[in-house]
Write a protein that binds this ligand. Structure first.
Ligand code: SF4
Ligand code: SF4
Length: 205
């Protein structure tokens, strides 16, 4: 056992623990004591764009920042403020169909069966073309596993979060339209038939 090394790492651990706790507490203290608290007035304030949605609320001649106009008469904000949702915010899933290769990885990794994918082989497309890509937004827990696993970035998080509805079924979205699906199924059947007749023609007589 290397005793001096153990003793030095013991005291270094204590120092690092105290230092990191102190740094965290300082940030909490600074925020609590010196930064002014602001409630952004959603939905008048648009957190996606970081600006005022309802321009009729305040005259355009008001020189203050849009969010400051919502603070109340005579108030101004002096501390840091992010009036815009972070770019990395996990909102509803988005889907970029031309990028999708129907590999099923996103559907397989999803722990709550949110995504359904089905792809077919058609001429003119190197990889399988999706004929179904549904996302059940009611179930998604925004864990990000599907986004991480997708090899082509076809599925991604948008920053959209407004999805309240009275119709539960409307939370299931199929990104492939009926027309595109029918056309691809037709092309897939055609390609299959072509491949079968090609195979037949190659068979020794
Ligand atoms: S974010 Fe998570 S829960 Fe939502 S679809 Fe992707 S893997 Fe499933
Ligand atoms: S992981 Fe990406 S490429 Fe594969 S099926 Fe899902 S969205 Fe398409």
């Amino acid at each position: 056992m290397n005793l001096p090394h153990d003793i030095s790492s013991y005291f270094r651990n204590i120092y690092e623990s105290v230092a990191t706790i102190a740094a965290g507490m300082w940030i909490t203290y600074k925020t609590a004591m010196f930064e002014r608290k602001v409630t952004l007035q959603y939905p008048s304030h648009d957190p996606l764009e970081g600006r005022l949605k309802d321009h009729l609320l305040f005259p355009a001649s008001d020189p203050r920042q849009p969010f400051e106009r919502l603070l109340g008469a005579g108030q101004s904000y002096r501390g840091p403020l992010r009036p815009r949702l972070a770019e990395r915010y996990r909102g509803f899933l988005g889907y970029d169909e031309p990028k999708c290769i129907s590999c099923l990885l996103c559907a397989q990794i999803c722990p709550v069966d949110v995504i359904t994918v089905k792809g077919v082989k058609i001429e003119g497309r190197k990889t399988k073309a999706p004929v179904t890509y549904t996302v059940n937004y009611a179930r998604c827990m925004f864990c990000g596993l599907c986004v991480e696993v997708c090899p082509t970035d076809a599925v991604f998080f948008t920053r959209r979060f407004e999805g309240a509805t009275f119709d539960f079924r409307s939370l299931v979205r199929d990104f492939i339209s009926g027309d595109v699906r029918h056309e691809r199924l037709r092309l897939a059947a055609q390609a299959k038939q072509k491949a079968a007749s090609h195979k037949k023609g190659k068979k020794p007589q």
